[in-house]
Design a protein around this ligand. Structure first.
Ligand code: WT7
Length: 628
């Protein structure tokens, strides 16, 4: 091992590190996987201990901690009320306009109990799916935690999705109750949410009740018997300050989270109370190295898995103080984040390459205005971080002393799968090595292990407690999507291409399926193309990802027009807005190009790979399946 290629952690970081050594513990965790996870699980509270650590009788539907009784709230809140953590700050929240709200664990519990009682009064019961469509305000967390507390299943839909996308998710989950807010603030403007929910409710036969939190003061339409203001309900005696936490089976559903796949409509991954709690708290403690005195900021949106696992549940189980910010990183100026780091004394910052690149472009003068010396650890997630952004993050934000935890994982995995520990020597752009208990590999289409630095499919060879229990209502799709390709071997297909180098470090290359990562958000080409075709001008289209300096990838669309339409700039703009209207602003295409034909295989599949190679001037690869 030559040392020049590594960045070594500082003494201060090593001294603080929860885990001081990787190799021995990794070996143990692989050879004694169930013991390792049982030890981790023993650090949490259970109403009743599990009978079996891992039930492998029906793969790939693995069950962890069977027979165990718990509730994620028992660990995230209830047990803290019996310790000095009761008085510790759980949440420091700053709104975009500068207002600050803080909650101790004691007051967090009160808020969650009240919210839980309100949900109960609306008839929400164990197993019911509650949809949450909210801005980044404390009530978003309270709503999630309240669902978990009473055994309801939350389905958080990111506030950047359109009413059509929201309605799809409500209908797929048969959800009866939605929690929203009048609006949120973003770059000084109000983003309306309740009006989007109103449209979605019209498209959703199962939807009966909407609870709206007043945040922006925007005027909204409310219907008698269907709509309730949260503050009205909170003032009623039903919103009592005591609420019992429901005792759940370890394998009972905790939440659904929709994510894009290569085909068809978005699918809801299911995560459960038991294994998920164990996995995310262990990874959060060991990788983010959370200490009692730390202030931890994961600057993601709670609406994505990153937020679920590493804003809400992992940190709260670990009794951390979390910082939350509602708005845009560059509002009112590009130093908003750096200002907040100084103001709150943030020790750990976890964000995405797209955010880092976005802030990097403003130059160093904005960071220099602020004292960032409280930072000890940095994190990155969502897509590969390019070495240039890595170095800026490390040098300018981390002042050369904060290691970067480049965490590779997915909605499906629940928590970090490949990740450094604070003690790990780093290489910019590599997520380094597997977390404890995980056996990973880079393999070819037949399952043969790739050579050193050879590209292949990234697979996970062994079950882990954070793994999704399935796709809601569609077990076949779960098997088909993730487990079919390496059925014989019993491996999980991640959908990512990767390489492993001579030191055993993994380098993620990107998606191999028809999934596009835009600013770290996951979108399916199929969804974008389905949105396009609902426009009367479109016969057929193909969406592809083209590298973009800040977003990582941008969506480019090739479209075939109906005979009676002529290509024009106006039509291009109209189509771009059409996709935004159908899917939400996160799916805004960069451009729509009009073509007469799309390259297809003989079996009729669009060759997006060829389109991309052609526009980027790259080798076009094997064209033997191309139709004449
Ligand atoms: C996909 C999963 C997991 C939270 C956010 C994304 C890409 C994620 C990294 C990383 C390179 C990464 C992969 C993966 N990805 N983290 N550190 N380095 N790529 O969750 O929306 O389910 O997306 O994000 O392509 O498959 P997600």
């Amino acid at each position: 091992m030559s040392d020049e290629k590594f960045f070594f952690p500082s003494k201060e970081v090593i001294e603080k590190a929860t885990v001081k050594e990787y190799d021995k513990l990794y070996k143990y965790s692989i050879e004694h996987r169930e013991d390792f996870w049982a030890e981790q699980a023993s650090q949490l509270s259970w109403y009743k201990k599990w009978d079996r650590v891992l039930d492998k009788s029906n793969p790939p539907f693995y069950k962890w901690f069977t027979g165990g009784k718990t509730n994620i709230i028992l660990n995230a809140i209830d047990r803290h009320l019996l310790s000095p953590l009761r008085n510790k700050l759980a949440i420091i929240w700053e709104g975009e306009r500068g207002e600050v709200r803080t909650f101790s664990y004691y007051s967090l519990n009160r808020e969650v109990c009240e919210f839980a009682n309100i949900l109960k009064s609306m008839g929400v019961e164990k197993g019911d799916v509650v949809t949450i469509y909210m801005p980044q305000i404390p009530e978003q967390l309270f709503a999630m935690l309240a669902c978990a507390k009473i055994g309801a299943v939350h389905s958080v839909v990111y506030g950047g999705f359109s009413s059509a996308a929201l309605a799809d998710r409500i209908n797929d989950a048969n959800s009866r109750v939605v929690v929203t807010a009048d609006g949120g603030f973003r770059r000084g403007k109000v983003v309306e949410l309740k009006s989007v929910v109103n449209k979605a409710m019209e498209l959703s036969p199962t939807m009966e009740i909407c609870i709206t939190v007043k945040h922006t003061g925007t005027e909204v339409y409310m219907e008698n018997g269907r709509d309730y203001w949260f503050h009205d309900l909170k003032a009623l005696p039903i919103a009592g300050q005591k609420c019992e936490t429901a005792e759940m089976d370890a394998n009972d559903m905790l939440f659904l989270l929709y994510t894009s796949g290569s085909t068809g409509k978005p699918k809801a991954l299911v995560h459960t109370h038991g294994g998920y709690s164990v996995y995310i708290s262990a990874t959060h403690k060991m990788v983010m190295d959370i200490k009692p005195e730390d202030r931890y900021w994961c600057a993601a949106d709670p609406g994505w898995i990153t937020g679920h696992s590493y804003i809400v549940y992992g940190p709260l189980i670990n009794g951390a103080t979390i910082v939350m910010y509602e708005g845009a990183p560059n509002h009112p100026y590009p130093d908003r984040w750096w200002r907040m780091i100084q103001k709150y004394g943030v020790n750990i910052l976890y964000t995405s390459p797209t955010a880092i690149r976005g802030l990097m472009r403003y130059g160093d003068s904005w960071t220099k205005k602020h004292d960032l010396s409280s930072l000890r650890l940095l994190g990155s997630v969502g897509e590969p971080i390019n070495p240039e952004a890595w170095r800026w993050y490390h040098h300018v934000i981390g002042q050369d002393k904060c290691p970067i935890m480049d965490t590779w994982w997915q909605t499906e995995t629940g928590g970090f799968m490949i990740t450094p520990l604070p003690i790990t020597p780093l290489k910019p752009g590599s997520a380094t090595r597997p977390f404890f208990g995980n056996e990973m590999a880079v393999v070819d289409d037949n399952g043969k292990e790739a050579g050193i630095c050879e590209e292949g499919n990234l697979v996970i060879k062994s079950p882990w407690p954070g793994m999704a229990a399935g796709i809601y209502g569609d077990p076949d799709r779960f098997v088909e999507t993730y487990w079919k390709k390496y059925e014989k071997q019993g491996w999980y297909l991640t959908g990512d291409a990767a390489k492993k180098d001579e030191d055993g470090y993994y380098w993620i290359i990107g998606r191999t399926d028809d999934v596009i990562k835009v600013s770290g958000y996951r979108l399916g080409t199929a969804e974008i193309e389905s949105a396009m075709i609902t426009h009367p001008a479109i016969v057929e289209s193909a969406a592809i990802a083209i590298p973009h300096a800040i977003k990582g990838n941008a969506i480019h669309i090739y479209a075939i027009l109906r005979n009676d339409y002529k290509p024009s700039h106006e039509l291009e703009m109209e189509l771009i807005n059409h996709v935004v209207h159908q899917m939400g602003p996160i799916a805004r295409p960069e451009e729509v190009k009009f073509v007469d034909l799309l390259p297809k295989t003989r079996s009729g599949k669009i060759m997006r790979r060829l389109l991309k190679a052609r526009i980027m001037g790259l080798p076009e690869g094997d064209l033997s399946t191309l139709e004449e």
